[in-house]
Design a protein. Sequence first.
Length: 264
Amino acid sequence: MLTGVFKSTKKDGGIYYRSNITYRSKHISLGSFQTEQDAHQAYLEADQMLQNTVVTIHNVPFTDYLLSHEKIVTLLNFRDNRIYIKNPIYMYRSYFNYYLTPEEIYKFDIDDLFYFSGHKLLKRGGHLYVNDYGMQVTILSRYGIRNFAVAGKDYAFANQDPYDLRYENVININPFHGVRQTNKNGIISYDTYIHIRGDYRIGSYATLHEAAIAYNKAADLARQHGISKNFPTNFITELSAREYAQSYVEVQISEKYRKYLKQL
């Protein structure tokens, strides 16, 4: 067999070829291939990349290689940073880049390295997520951002770069269900809406917590009027039980909404 190539047999008896390389005493699998020549070519590419520092993460021509882009990033990171990570992560001093594709590169804080080393980043329908204990967990939930939150309305990026997911760059504008921040002539307020037969406006509030509690109160009123919809609950951990109860009693719900419920 050619260097770095091992023949293997599928369950149906078919033959395929595995490519492997050893670097810094670590045995690295490079993937499976249909022909011995392709498996050997993958070995040669990996060997050249690991030995030749002229090829860097910044200039590597991903499409010129038989190796997958994930394996290329892994090899270059191992060569440069001496840490082997199976996922396509390249480390820097205070952050790392996750190469979802050669063109789609996400930046994360180095504190998240352990998590993303063991969780593969995936994308579906424009949403980034990982599989965690059999569940699909959206990446934005790690920042306290709700599922299906809208960019620009519910959250924003401080430097306008949606690929920069460092904590300092992600701004959670509306962390609560049914709350929308408004800015009129420089004055910030919070409007509360509840979805029954479309969005229904509950009122406008001076603070984010008041608006979130108003949503909870509006949902409770809807249930009292026989609406069985599964309304989410806003949890305000910054308030004690006593403070929450007092605010719940004092927060005002529009009379128009109360009349609307009676008509349903």
